[in-house]
Design a protein around this ligand. Structure first.
Ligand SMILES: Cc1ncc(COP(=O)(O)O)c(C=O)c1O
Length: 373
């Protein structure tokens, strides 16, 4: 195994389990802060780890801005010292009232959210009025800068921004652009494309400002477009990578330019050797995310492995016979997940390794959809 993933007394650890290498998480966070140009320009997405202990670690490094997708993640952040939380996910149905309840329950935290439709703005306004909120809610306009998932077309967003600003319970606080479609392998090309992708948002920003509206925040992107947006000189820029905190095999392969290292590995064991040249691991799709289709993990110690069928608790692996013979049932096998964020959410708690020793267990608190509210 690579030296950075050395763990003593592996025989004491349950499998399948997720193991977090704390020094690597710290390095990833420090690298992100450095790239962004300081903690004020970084708003990491918490969906990657969903862990209270990791929120505290981020706060201890000065990271005081957080992004999340669920009310449970937002509540977990507030409970663990987060003072500035952006829920960048469309709030509909009961989640509108839950968001307002969150604001009331944690008065020392500033909660912000995004809207991309007049319905959403009006629903939030109604809920805030009903609850008698004392301060206007900070709202960012979610812009579709090419991904086509959520967001309003920047060319048509002027009036929505003005509407949000005109509602007594809301305060238009800036723009949110998530460009998860920027996936070009070559980093120079990716930087060019991701930078150009923001032009329509910048034009909107100029129009709003010339109309006398303030646009304080400009929240940008994820991990692949981070090398572009971390250079942005636009006032109010905040970069919002998430995966970079734990990183994974997918991004490490698709974007080798990114200076992050996988910090969460799966510990599995051989549970069967059903025929020569084949081993079966306890790594079903209840232990590792079922996306992407095909290879869902990398086995760093077994580069010749061919991944076969996967079921809920089993993963079949074919190997040259001579190698498979060295892996009788019970042998530990480490895996790097391709997609770490949904993999984390499959685990109730994770082992934490520091200096090669398991020193703690962290709960994946916000894998639950509801914490208190
Ligand atoms: C709105 C939003 N912002 C930021 C991110 C973080 O992106 P990444 O996982 O590439 O770091 C995501 C990822 O899904 C997202 O949906």
């Amino acid at each position: 195994m690579l030296p950075q993933y050395r763990v003593n007394h592996v025989d004491r650890l349950l499998s399948p389990s997720l193991v977090i290498f704390e020094e690597i998480v710290r390095d990833n966070l420090k690298t992100a802060i450095e790239l962004a140009g300081g903690v004020d320009r970084l708003r990491p997405h918490v969906k990657t780890h969903k862990m209270a202990a990791l929120v505290k670690l981020q706060e201890s490094l000065g990271l005081h801005k957080h992004k999340c997708a669920t009310i449970a993640e937002a509540e977990m952040i507030a409970q663990n010292g987060g003072q500035d939380v952006l829920v960048s996910y469309p709030l509909v149905g009961p989640n509108v009232a839950r968001f307002v309840a969150l604001i009331k329950a944690y008065p020392s935290t500033t909660f912000r959210t995004t809207v991309d439709h007049t319905e959403a703005a009006n629903a939030l306004d109604s809920a805030a009025r009903e609850a008698g909120l004392e301060k206007p809610i900070s709202v960012l306009l979610d812009l579709d800068v090419g991904m086509g998932r959520t967001g309003i077309d920047p060319a048509k967003a002027d009036e929505l921004y003005a509407l949000v600003n005109s509602l007594a319970t809301l305060h238009a606080d800036g723009l949110h652009c998530y460009d998860g479609h920027q996936r070009t392998f070559d980093v120079h090309q990716r930087i060019t494309e991701a930078t150009a992708g923001l032009q329509s948002a910048l034009d909107l920003r100029d129009r709003l400002i010339s109309r006398g509206l303030a646009v304080p925040l400009f929240v940008l992107g994820g991990t692949p477009s981070f090398p572009a947006h971390c250079k942005s000189q636009i006032p109010g820029t905040e970069c919002s990578p998430g995966t970079s905190t734990l990183h994974d095999a997918s991004y490490a392969t698709k974007f080798p330019d990114l200076p992050f290292q996988p910090a969460a590995l799966l510990l599995s064991r051989v549970i069967s050797a059903p025929r020569p040249g084949r081993i079966t691991l306890d790594l079903g799709h209840k232990a590792v995310a079922a996306d992407p289709v095909g290879a869902r993990l990398v086995l760093p110690d077994l580069p010749e492995a061919q991944l076969g069928g996967q079921s809920e608790e089993h993963l079949v692996v074919d190997l040259p016979e001579a190698i498979a013979a060295n892996y009788p049932p019970g042998t530990p096998v480490w895996a790097i997940p391709m997609h770490v964020c949904p993999t984390v959410a499959l685990h109730k708690e994770v082992y934490v390794v520091r200096g090669g020793e398991v020193v703690d267990k962290w709960e994946v608190s916000a894998r639950n959809r509801v914490i208190g509210i």
